[in-house]
Write a protein that binds this ligand. Structure first.
Ligand code: ADP
Ligand code: ADP
Length: 222
């Protein structure tokens, strides 16, 4: 599903955020990405999303070398990847329903199809009863679930989450992890960046560990 082949990313500042990173993620895997702030976690995810390009090496998604992707293919490529952020980036000028519908509206889905998919996504995160609410009226955990519904409304094959539990207490972060597990169980490939060591221990999954841009660990932690 994802392959990094000796990937180095050096920013314009000259800073090497990733150094010769090699790993492979199989379709349907659920794994974590960890490391201190500045270790290169976001950079790694941006390379998968084609928001940044490697300075050396190649990133493959679904066996496709990303350096060969044309600009016209990019929107279709991104449609297959759901992204969840810590600060969930919800729009507070519209309802929960409209927040989740946004990616489908951008992609030009027909109206009836949008309704069906938005309600299916809201049902999965158990927020069907909040579709008319403004996200501002929801709790932090609920807002994060809206962010997850929006990330999966396209039924992406790959789900990337960057510190999705950063602002949540352990109970709520377990709730969010249960959701990710459910997507993993139906075949979605799930990659979650976190520096929460307790969470990594609880989950007992494959962990990629970055230290100053170098991949120093690949496997379950304990
Ligand atoms: P993490 O997500 O693990 O905190 P990042 O990938 O965000 O790490 O950052 C890795 C390093 O690259 C940091 O030192 C950061 O300052 C640097 N960096 C990130 N983005 C840029 C950029 N656009 N330009 C220059 N340096 C950057
Ligand atoms: P699950 O129980 O979630 O279905 P698996 O049985 O597929 O997970 O894998 C067990 C553990 O091994 C998980 O932590 C998974 O992420 C990890 N794992 C799976 N494939 C690889 C791999 N190619 N390299 C390293 N770890 C892997």
């Amino acid at each position: 599903m994802i392959r990094f082949d000796s990937v180095t990313k050096r920013y314009d500042t000259g800073y090497e955020a990733l150094s010769r990173v090699d790993f492979e993620v199989l379709p349907g895997e659920m794994l974590f990405l960890t490391g201190h702030s500045g270790a290169g976690k976001s950079t790694l995810m941006k390379l998968i999303l084609l928001m940044e390009h490697p300075s050396m090496g190649q990133v493959y998604v679904d066996d496709q070398p990303l350096s060969r992707m044309s600009n016209s293919q990019l929107p279709y490529f991104r449609r297959n990847i759901g992204v969840v952020f810590q600060n969930h980036q919800l729009l507070f000028d519209r309802s929960v329903y409209d927040n989740v519908a946004l990616p489908l509206q951008v992609a030009g889905y027909p109206h009836h199809e949008i309704g069906k998919r938005v309600r299916a996504a809201l049902d999965k995160v158990d927020l069907l009863d909040k579709e008319r609410s403004n996200p501002m009226a929801l709790s932090g955990g609920e807002q994060q679930r809206v962010g997850i519904a929006r990330a999966v409304v396209n039924k992406p094959k790959l789900l990337l989450a960057d510190e999705p539990t950063g602002n949540l207490d352990p109970e709520l972060s377990n709730e969010i992890m249960t959701l990710f597990r459910q997507f993993h169980e139906v075949g979605t490939t799930v990659m979650i960046a976190t520096h929460d060591l307790e969470l990594l221990k609880r989950m007992n999954k494959r962990v990629l560990g970055l230290v100053q841009g170098k991949l120093v660990h690949d496997g379950v932690l304990w």
